[in-house]
Design a protein around this ligand. Structure first.
Ligand SMILES: Cc1ncc(COP(=O)(O)O)c(C=O)c1O
Length: 373
Protein backbone atom coordinates (compact mmCIF):
# COMPACT_ATOMS: atom_id res chain seq x y z
CA UNK A 1 0.00 0.00 0.00
CA UNK A 2 1.50 3.31 -0.97
CA UNK A 3 0.65 6.68 0.49
CA UNK A 4 -2.44 8.40 -0.88
CA UNK A 5 -2.95 12.01 -1.93
CA UNK A 6 -4.87 13.33 1.09
CA UNK A 7 -7.12 16.36 0.46
CA UNK A 8 -8.56 16.44 3.98
CA UNK A 9 -9.61 19.82 5.42
CA UNK A 10 -7.96 18.87 8.71
CA UNK A 11 -6.28 17.04 10.24
CA UNK A 12 -4.48 16.90 6.95
CA UNK A 13 -1.38 15.63 5.23
CA UNK A 14 2.03 16.34 6.74
CA UNK A 15 5.34 16.47 4.84
CA UNK A 16 6.51 12.92 4.31
CA UNK A 17 10.07 13.67 5.32
CA UNK A 18 8.80 14.99 8.67
CA UNK A 19 6.87 11.77 9.28
CA UNK A 20 10.00 9.77 8.44
CA UNK A 21 12.13 11.81 10.86
CA UNK A 22 9.54 11.32 13.60
CA UNK A 23 9.51 7.60 12.90
CA UNK A 24 13.30 7.41 13.05
CA UNK A 25 13.34 9.22 16.41
CA UNK A 26 10.30 7.45 17.84
CA UNK A 27 12.13 5.12 20.23
CA UNK A 28 15.17 7.23 21.05
CA UNK A 29 15.42 10.96 20.60
CA UNK A 30 19.07 11.90 20.14
CA UNK A 31 21.11 10.45 22.99
CA UNK A 32 18.27 10.62 25.51
CA UNK A 33 17.33 6.96 25.28
CA UNK A 34 13.64 7.86 25.27
CA UNK A 35 10.87 8.96 22.96
CA UNK A 36 9.80 12.64 22.98
CA UNK A 37 6.37 11.26 23.98
CA UNK A 38 7.85 10.02 27.23
CA UNK A 39 9.78 13.11 28.30
CA UNK A 40 8.96 15.45 31.12
CA UNK A 41 8.03 18.81 29.65
CA UNK A 42 10.34 20.40 32.20
CA UNK A 43 13.36 18.25 31.34
CA UNK A 44 16.65 19.46 29.87
CA UNK A 45 15.93 17.31 26.82
CA UNK A 46 12.53 18.88 26.10
CA UNK A 47 13.38 22.53 26.79
CA UNK A 48 15.26 23.05 23.49
CA UNK A 49 12.42 21.38 21.55
CA UNK A 50 9.77 23.91 22.60
CA UNK A 51 12.28 26.78 22.44
CA UNK A 52 13.14 25.85 18.87
CA UNK A 53 9.46 25.59 17.87
CA UNK A 54 8.85 29.09 19.20
CA UNK A 55 11.98 30.46 17.55
CA UNK A 56 10.89 28.97 14.22
CA UNK A 57 7.42 30.54 14.46
CA UNK A 58 9.06 33.90 15.19
CA UNK A 59 11.52 33.53 12.32
CA UNK A 60 9.16 32.25 9.63
CA UNK A 61 6.29 34.59 10.50
CA UNK A 62 8.59 37.52 11.25
CA UNK A 63 6.89 38.03 14.62
CA UNK A 64 7.80 41.42 16.15
CA UNK A 65 9.50 41.50 19.58
CA UNK A 66 6.45 42.92 21.33
CA UNK A 67 4.36 39.80 20.64
CA UNK A 68 4.23 36.53 22.59
CA UNK A 69 4.05 33.17 20.84
CA UNK A 70 1.95 30.67 22.83
CA UNK A 71 1.23 26.99 22.39
CA UNK A 72 -2.18 26.30 23.91
CA UNK A 73 -4.77 23.53 23.97
CA UNK A 74 -8.50 23.33 23.36
CA UNK A 75 -8.25 23.88 19.62
CA UNK A 76 -9.06 27.04 17.71
CA UNK A 77 -12.59 26.77 19.12
CA UNK A 78 -11.34 27.63 22.61
CA UNK A 79 -9.88 30.84 21.19
CA UNK A 80 -13.41 32.01 20.35
CA UNK A 81 -13.92 32.28 24.13
CA UNK A 82 -10.40 33.37 25.10
CA UNK A 83 -10.46 36.31 22.72
CA UNK A 84 -13.80 37.52 24.08
CA UNK A 85 -12.85 36.98 27.73
CA UNK A 86 -9.44 38.63 27.54
CA UNK A 87 -9.89 41.39 24.98
CA UNK A 88 -13.53 42.22 25.70
CA UNK A 89 -12.70 43.43 29.21
CA UNK A 90 -13.02 47.20 28.77
CA UNK A 91 -16.11 48.30 26.83
CA UNK A 92 -17.51 44.81 26.40
CA UNK A 93 -18.16 45.56 22.73
CA UNK A 94 -16.66 44.05 19.61
CA UNK A 95 -17.05 44.14 15.81
CA UNK A 96 -17.22 40.88 13.88
CA UNK A 97 -17.34 40.14 10.15
CA UNK A 98 -19.46 37.09 9.45
CA UNK A 99 -18.01 35.01 6.62
CA UNK A 100 -19.43 31.60 7.50
CA UNK A 101 -19.42 28.76 9.98
CA UNK A 102 -16.24 29.59 11.89
CA UNK A 103 -16.94 33.28 12.34
CA UNK A 104 -20.54 32.46 13.30
CA UNK A 105 -19.27 30.18 16.05
CA UNK A 106 -16.94 32.92 17.29
CA UNK A 107 -19.82 35.40 17.29
CA UNK A 108 -22.09 33.01 19.20
CA UNK A 109 -19.40 32.40 21.81
CA UNK A 110 -18.73 36.12 22.34
CA UNK A 111 -22.44 36.78 22.75
CA UNK A 112 -22.72 33.94 25.24
CA UNK A 113 -20.00 35.58 27.30
CA UNK A 114 -21.89 38.87 27.40
CA UNK A 115 -20.02 40.79 24.69
CA UNK A 116 -22.15 43.26 22.73
CA UNK A 117 -21.38 42.02 19.22
CA UNK A 118 -21.81 44.24 16.18
CA UNK A 119 -21.82 42.15 13.02
CA UNK A 120 -20.56 44.94 10.79
CA UNK A 121 -20.64 42.92 7.54
CA UNK A 122 -21.73 39.51 6.32
CA UNK A 123 -21.68 37.50 3.11
CA UNK A 124 -24.64 35.38 4.17
CA UNK A 125 -26.77 36.85 1.35
CA UNK A 126 -24.83 34.72 -1.17
CA UNK A 127 -24.26 31.63 0.96
CA UNK A 128 -20.89 33.02 2.11
CA UNK A 129 -19.26 32.56 -1.29
CA UNK A 130 -17.37 35.85 -1.08
CA UNK A 131 -15.59 38.15 1.40
CA UNK A 132 -17.35 41.45 2.05
CA UNK A 133 -15.26 44.57 1.45
CA UNK A 134 -14.74 46.39 4.76
CA UNK A 135 -11.63 48.43 4.28
CA UNK A 136 -11.96 50.39 7.51
CA UNK A 137 -13.40 49.45 10.90
CA UNK A 138 -14.21 52.31 13.27
CA UNK A 139 -16.15 52.53 16.52
CA UNK A 140 -16.07 52.06 20.24
CA UNK A 141 -14.86 48.47 20.15
CA UNK A 142 -12.49 46.46 22.33
CA UNK A 143 -11.49 44.49 19.24
CA UNK A 144 -12.48 43.61 15.70
CA UNK A 145 -12.62 40.00 14.53
CA UNK A 146 -12.23 38.24 11.19
CA UNK A 147 -11.72 34.67 9.98
CA UNK A 148 -8.99 35.16 7.38
CA UNK A 149 -9.52 31.88 5.55
CA UNK A 150 -12.87 30.13 5.58
CA UNK A 151 -12.14 26.43 5.44
CA UNK A 152 -15.68 25.35 4.61
CA UNK A 153 -16.71 28.03 2.11
CA UNK A 154 -13.27 28.21 0.50
CA UNK A 155 -12.98 31.99 0.79
CA UNK A 156 -10.06 34.16 1.84
CA UNK A 157 -9.49 37.87 2.49
CA UNK A 158 -7.39 39.49 -0.20
CA UNK A 159 -7.04 42.57 2.00
CA UNK A 160 -6.60 43.28 5.70
CA UNK A 161 -9.17 45.71 7.13
CA UNK A 162 -7.71 48.92 8.53
CA UNK A 163 -8.69 49.17 12.22
CA UNK A 164 -6.59 52.07 13.58
CA UNK A 165 -6.32 51.63 17.36
CA UNK A 166 -8.82 48.77 17.52
CA UNK A 167 -6.90 45.47 17.91
CA UNK A 168 -7.62 43.18 14.98
CA UNK A 169 -8.06 39.49 15.81
CA UNK A 170 -7.84 36.86 13.08
CA UNK A 171 -8.53 33.16 12.99
CA UNK A 172 -5.79 31.89 10.65
CA UNK A 173 -6.34 28.17 11.34
CA UNK A 174 -6.51 27.16 7.70
CA UNK A 175 -4.05 29.62 6.18
CA UNK A 176 -1.24 29.97 8.71
CA UNK A 177 2.11 30.12 6.89
CA UNK A 178 0.45 29.52 3.53
CA UNK A 179 1.96 32.83 2.34
CA UNK A 180 3.58 35.86 3.99
CA UNK A 181 1.38 37.74 6.50
CA UNK A 182 2.19 41.01 8.25
CA UNK A 183 1.78 40.07 11.94
CA UNK A 184 2.14 43.71 13.02
CA UNK A 185 -1.28 44.49 11.53
CA UNK A 186 -2.95 42.23 14.14
CA UNK A 187 -3.49 42.23 17.88
CA UNK A 188 -4.09 38.48 18.09
CA UNK A 189 -3.62 35.67 15.56
CA UNK A 190 -4.55 32.09 16.32
CA UNK A 191 -4.49 28.79 14.48
CA UNK A 192 -5.39 25.22 15.28
CA UNK A 193 -2.30 23.31 14.17
CA UNK A 194 -3.93 20.42 12.37
CA UNK A 195 -3.82 21.87 8.86
CA UNK A 196 -0.53 23.59 8.10
CA UNK A 197 1.50 23.09 11.25
CA UNK A 198 1.27 19.75 13.01
CA UNK A 199 -1.08 16.97 14.06
CA UNK A 200 -4.10 18.09 16.11
CA UNK A 201 -3.55 19.03 19.74
CA UNK A 202 -1.90 22.42 19.83
CA UNK A 203 -3.19 25.90 19.04
CA UNK A 204 -0.72 28.57 18.03
CA UNK A 205 -1.52 32.00 19.49
CA UNK A 206 0.42 35.14 18.63
CA UNK A 207 -0.60 38.05 20.86
CA UNK A 208 0.65 41.62 21.23
CA UNK A 209 2.04 42.27 24.72
CA UNK A 210 -0.34 45.11 25.61
CA UNK A 211 -3.36 42.81 25.06
CA UNK A 212 -2.19 40.35 27.70
CA UNK A 213 -4.28 41.63 30.56
CA UNK A 214 -4.18 40.98 34.31
CA UNK A 215 -7.91 41.61 34.42
CA UNK A 216 -9.93 39.60 31.89
CA UNK A 217 -13.72 39.58 32.19
CA UNK A 218 -15.05 38.57 35.60
CA UNK A 219 -15.04 34.84 36.20
CA UNK A 220 -12.49 34.00 33.50
CA UNK A 221 -10.85 30.68 34.43
CA UNK A 222 -7.10 30.66 34.97
CA UNK A 223 -6.58 28.37 31.99
CA UNK A 224 -8.47 30.77 29.69
CA UNK A 225 -6.38 33.78 30.69
CA UNK A 226 -3.62 34.56 28.18
CA UNK A 227 -1.44 35.97 30.97
CA UNK A 228 -1.31 32.57 32.68
CA UNK A 229 0.35 31.03 29.65
CA UNK A 230 2.42 34.06 28.64
CA UNK A 231 3.97 34.28 32.13
CA UNK A 232 4.88 30.61 32.11
CA UNK A 233 6.17 30.23 28.54
CA UNK A 234 3.24 27.91 27.63
CA UNK A 235 4.29 25.68 30.56
CA UNK A 236 1.64 26.58 33.16
CA UNK A 237 0.40 23.04 32.77
CA UNK A 238 1.60 20.13 30.66
CA UNK A 239 1.70 21.30 27.04
CA UNK A 240 1.01 18.93 24.11
CA UNK A 241 4.70 18.04 24.03
CA UNK A 242 4.79 15.66 21.09
CA UNK A 243 2.62 17.84 18.85
CA UNK A 244 4.91 20.82 19.52
CA UNK A 245 7.90 18.64 18.58
CA UNK A 246 6.27 17.74 15.25
CA UNK A 247 5.33 21.40 14.72
CA UNK A 248 9.01 22.32 15.06
CA UNK A 249 9.94 19.77 12.43
CA UNK A 250 7.21 20.99 10.06
CA UNK A 251 8.53 24.53 10.42
CA UNK A 252 12.07 23.41 9.55
CA UNK A 253 10.57 21.78 6.45
CA UNK A 254 8.83 25.08 5.64
CA UNK A 255 12.14 26.91 6.03
CA UNK A 256 13.93 24.43 3.74
CA UNK A 257 11.24 25.03 1.16
CA UNK A 258 11.61 28.79 1.07
CA UNK A 259 9.76 29.94 4.21
CA UNK A 260 6.47 31.84 3.96
CA UNK A 261 7.48 33.22 0.54
CA UNK A 262 8.31 29.74 -0.73
CA UNK A 263 5.00 28.39 0.56
CA UNK A 264 3.15 31.31 -1.07
CA UNK A 265 4.74 30.60 -4.43
CA UNK A 266 4.08 26.88 -4.21
CA UNK A 267 0.49 27.41 -3.02
CA UNK A 268 -0.31 29.93 -5.75
CA UNK A 269 0.98 27.50 -8.37
CA UNK A 270 -1.22 24.70 -7.02
CA UNK A 271 -4.34 26.82 -6.55
CA UNK A 272 -3.96 28.58 -9.93
CA UNK A 273 -3.66 25.22 -11.65
CA UNK A 274 -6.82 23.86 -10.01
CA UNK A 275 -8.94 27.03 -10.37
CA UNK A 276 -7.81 27.40 -13.96
CA UNK A 277 -9.16 23.95 -14.73
CA UNK A 278 -12.38 24.58 -12.77
CA UNK A 279 -12.98 27.88 -14.61
CA UNK A 280 -12.36 26.45 -18.07
CA UNK A 281 -14.38 23.26 -18.34
CA UNK A 282 -18.10 22.64 -18.56
CA UNK A 283 -18.44 19.80 -16.06
CA UNK A 284 -17.17 21.34 -12.78
CA UNK A 285 -17.16 24.82 -11.31
CA UNK A 286 -15.65 26.43 -8.21
CA UNK A 287 -18.15 27.80 -5.68
CA UNK A 288 -16.13 30.73 -4.29
CA UNK A 289 -16.22 34.02 -6.19
CA UNK A 290 -13.09 35.27 -7.92
CA UNK A 291 -11.36 37.84 -5.76
CA UNK A 292 -12.28 35.94 -2.57
CA UNK A 293 -10.84 32.52 -3.28
CA UNK A 294 -8.88 30.48 -0.79
CA UNK A 295 -5.43 29.18 -1.67
CA UNK A 296 -5.98 26.28 0.70
CA UNK A 297 -9.57 25.02 0.41
CA UNK A 298 -11.21 24.64 -2.98
CA UNK A 299 -14.88 23.57 -2.92
CA UNK A 300 -16.36 22.64 -6.29
CA UNK A 301 -19.61 21.35 -7.75
CA UNK A 302 -20.49 19.49 -10.93
CA UNK A 303 -22.99 20.49 -13.58
CA UNK A 304 -25.47 18.20 -11.82
CA UNK A 305 -25.60 20.63 -8.88
CA UNK A 306 -28.27 22.75 -10.53
CA UNK A 307 -29.94 24.05 -7.39
CA UNK A 308 -33.17 22.33 -8.49
CA UNK A 309 -34.98 20.88 -5.47
CA UNK A 310 -37.06 18.20 -7.23
CA UNK A 311 -36.41 14.65 -6.17
CA UNK A 312 -34.85 13.48 -9.43
CA UNK A 313 -32.34 16.36 -9.58
CA UNK A 314 -31.35 15.94 -5.93
CA UNK A 315 -30.89 12.19 -6.42
CA UNK A 316 -28.78 12.68 -9.56
CA UNK A 317 -26.59 15.22 -7.82
CA UNK A 318 -26.03 12.91 -4.86
CA UNK A 319 -25.31 9.96 -7.13
CA UNK A 320 -22.62 11.84 -9.07
CA UNK A 321 -20.99 13.31 -5.96
CA UNK A 322 -20.90 9.92 -4.23
CA UNK A 323 -19.50 8.32 -7.37
CA UNK A 324 -16.79 10.97 -7.66
CA UNK A 325 -15.69 10.59 -4.04
CA UNK A 326 -15.71 6.79 -4.23
CA UNK A 327 -13.82 6.53 -7.53
CA UNK A 328 -11.35 9.20 -6.44
CA UNK A 329 -10.60 7.28 -3.24
CA UNK A 330 -10.10 4.08 -5.22
CA UNK A 331 -7.63 5.96 -7.41
CA UNK A 332 -5.68 7.22 -4.37
CA UNK A 333 -7.24 10.70 -3.88
CA UNK A 334 -8.92 10.72 -0.48
CA UNK A 335 -11.10 13.02 1.64
CA UNK A 336 -12.65 14.92 -1.26
CA UNK A 337 -16.23 14.89 -0.01
CA UNK A 338 -17.51 18.45 0.29
CA UNK A 339 -18.84 19.91 3.52
CA UNK A 340 -22.59 19.38 3.76
CA UNK A 341 -23.22 23.15 3.74
CA UNK A 342 -21.64 23.58 0.31
CA UNK A 343 -22.19 20.10 -1.08
CA UNK A 344 -20.19 18.67 -3.96
CA UNK A 345 -16.49 18.21 -3.37
CA UNK A 346 -13.68 20.08 -1.63
CA UNK A 347 -9.96 19.75 -2.24
CA UNK A 348 -7.89 21.11 0.63
CA UNK A 349 -4.43 21.75 -0.72
CA UNK A 350 -2.42 22.76 2.33
CA UNK A 351 1.33 23.39 2.40
CA UNK A 352 2.25 19.70 2.48
CA UNK A 353 0.23 18.87 -0.66
CA UNK A 354 2.56 18.77 -3.65
CA UNK A 355 1.98 20.32 -7.08
CA UNK A 356 2.15 16.76 -8.45
CA UNK A 357 -0.78 15.83 -6.17
CA UNK A 358 -2.92 18.65 -7.54
CA UNK A 359 -1.93 17.88 -11.10
CA UNK A 360 -2.79 14.20 -10.64
CA UNK A 361 -6.16 15.18 -9.14
CA UNK A 362 -6.97 17.34 -12.16
CA UNK A 363 -6.08 14.43 -14.47
CA UNK A 364 -8.48 12.22 -12.51
CA UNK A 365 -11.18 14.94 -12.68
CA UNK A 366 -10.80 15.15 -16.46
CA UNK A 367 -11.27 11.40 -16.84
CA UNK A 368 -14.27 11.39 -14.51
CA UNK A 369 -15.90 14.26 -16.40
CA UNK A 370 -15.39 12.48 -19.70
CA UNK A 371 -16.96 9.27 -18.37
CA UNK A 372 -19.97 11.03 -16.80
CA UNK A 373 -20.77 13.91 -19.14
C1 LIG B 1 -11.08 28.42 10.26
C2 LIG B 1 -11.29 27.47 11.38
N1 LIG B 1 -11.44 27.96 12.62
C3 LIG B 1 -11.65 27.14 13.68
C4 LIG B 1 -11.70 25.79 13.52
C5 LIG B 1 -11.92 24.90 14.72
O1 LIG B 1 -10.72 24.35 15.07
P1 LIG B 1 -10.57 23.29 16.25
O2 LIG B 1 -11.17 22.02 15.76
O3 LIG B 1 -9.08 23.23 16.45
O4 LIG B 1 -11.28 23.83 17.44
C6 LIG B 1 -11.54 25.23 12.25
C7 LIG B 1 -11.57 23.76 12.07
O5 LIG B 1 -11.56 23.23 10.99
C8 LIG B 1 -11.34 26.10 11.16
O6 LIG B 1 -11.18 25.61 9.92
Amino acid sequence: MSRVYNFSAGPSCLPEEVLKECAAEMLEYGTTGQSVMEMSHRSKAYEPIIADAEAMVRKLMNVPENYKVLFLQGGASTQFAMVALNLGNKKGKAAYINTGVWSKKAIAEAKKLGIAVDVIATSEDKGFNYIPKVEKIEGDYDYAYICLNNTIMGTHYEYIPETGNIPLVADISSCVLSEPLDVSKFGVLFAGAQKNLAPAGVTLVIIRDDLITETPRAGTPTMLTYKTHADDGSMFNTPPCYTIYVLGKVLHWVEKNGGAEGMGKRNHEKADYLYNYLDNNDFYHATAQKGSRSLMNVPFLTKYSTGAADEASVAKEKEINDKFVKEAAAAGFVNLKGHRLVGGMRASIYNAMSFEGVKALVEFMKKFAEANK
